[in-house]
Design a binder for this molecule. Structure first.
Ligand SMILES: NC(=O)c1ccc[n+]([C@@H]2O[C@H](COP(=O)([O-])OP(=O)(O)OC[C@H]3O[C@@H](n4cnc5c(N)ncnc54)[C@H](OP(=O)(O)O)[C@@H]3O)[C@@H](O)[C@H]2O)c1
Length: 305
């Protein structure tokens, strides 16, 4: 099969190569991949014990081609979207992927195609986990740093749906976009006055912040009220002050049922799924470079014939 593989521990040593289809275990599904969701993490979310060449990637959508003897709840021919993270047998940037049955696996609604489905699981799961950690109530306010990417596009919409007031930062060219998703207030992170503008909007500070981009945690904390919360999506560690709770996305939060509902809600049009660009699979490295710029709007997806 064709797969984008990491060939050594050099960071950018990733190439499209011909490798063997993975052999599944009793508790795994073999999935014929039809579309892949792209994220900056695809090139560095790797298992500790890695055998090169290693197919990269963590999420995709496709058709179940084969199931192991212990697999329940899934059958050959099912259309699924899934997260398969850091598995020794390899990731999702391949024509076939071996997926453990206890992975996050979503059945794709009939009115959704593979391209859309591949864009949902990682960003959806991450944002739902992050929001559970904020403990906000209706009418509270949240600031989202770097809010026009894949994570921010969902975060703005889900926060609004919970009745929260939402401010987001991005370049001016993305301000109307963030407003179209529901943002009440937009600021430009490159403008030194952005924190002052947020303070004008919420004089006592916002109740919480979601710092998506690396390096935005500390500056986001400065506009959070005493005793508020900052969640960093990038994994940045920040030194909390003024009784603020600072945390990473809580990986233990179980939002599986919510993600399953989410894919249906997206199919039904409750939430907007934004895919800035779809690339033919062979152009995967171009998509990876685009996500590495940290200026993608919404999600990027690869499609396979
Ligand atoms: N993509 C996913 O599915 C996913 C899932 C889990 C975790 N993550 C993690 O989340 C982070 C990236 O999230 P993403 O994919 O949503 O974002 P992204 O595409 O990298 O981010 C784009 C957003 O960040 C803004 N931005 C760029 N540089 C900035 C800066 N210096 N300060 C503030 N904002 C800035 C962009 O604004 P402009 O373009 O308007 O300048 C845009 O709003 C990574 O750490 C990644 O590992 C991503």
């Amino acid at each position: 099969m064709k797969a984008f593989v990491k060939r050594s521990d050099a960071p950018d040593d990733i190439l499209l190569e011909e490798i063997r289809v993975p052999v599944i275990s009793e508790d795994e599904l073999l999935v014929r991949v039809k579309a892949v969701g792209v994220g900056i993490h695809d090139s560095y979310f790797l298992p500790q014990e890695i055998h090169y060449p290693y197919p990269i990637g963590v999420e995709a959508a496709g058709i179940v081609e084969e199931i192991g003897s212990l697999v329940t709840h899934h059958k050959k021919g099912d259309r699924i979207a899934f997260v398969s993270m850091m598995q020794p047998k390899g990731g999702t940037w391949a024509e076939f992927a071996a997926v453990q049955q206890d992975s996050l696996i979503l059945h794709i609604p009939e009115n959704m195609d593979f391209k859309e489905a591949a864009a949902v699981p990682v960003a959806g799961n991450t944002v739902l986990r992050a929001l559970t950690a904020l403990h906000l109530k209706e009418g509270d306010s949240v600031f989202i740093a770097g809010a026009s990417g894949a994570i921010g596009t969902f975060a703005i919409q889900f926060a609004k749906a919970r009745g929260w007031k939402v401010a987001g930062s991005a370049s001016p060219k993305n301000h109307d976009y963030m407003k179209s998703l529901g943002a009440d207030k937009t600021v430009d992170y490159r403008d030194s006055k952005w924190a002052h503008e947020i303070r004008e909007w919420m004089p006592n500070g916002v109740d919480a912040a979601i710092a998506i981009q690396p390096g935005t945690g500390t500056e986001s904390m400065h506009i959070v009220k005493d005793g508020g919360t900052v969640i960093t999506i990038s994994g940045d560690r920040i030194e909390p002050e003024r009784g603020i709770t600072a945390a990473f996305v809580p990986h233990k939060a179980d939002v599986r049922d919510e993600v399953k509902e989410l894919i249906q809600e997206i199919a039904d049009g409750t939430y907007q799924l934004v895919i800035e660009q779809t690339y033919p699979f062979e152009q995967g490295l171009e998509a990876l470079q685009k996500t590495q710029t940290r200026h993608a709007r919404g999600k990027l997806v690869l499609t396979l014939e």
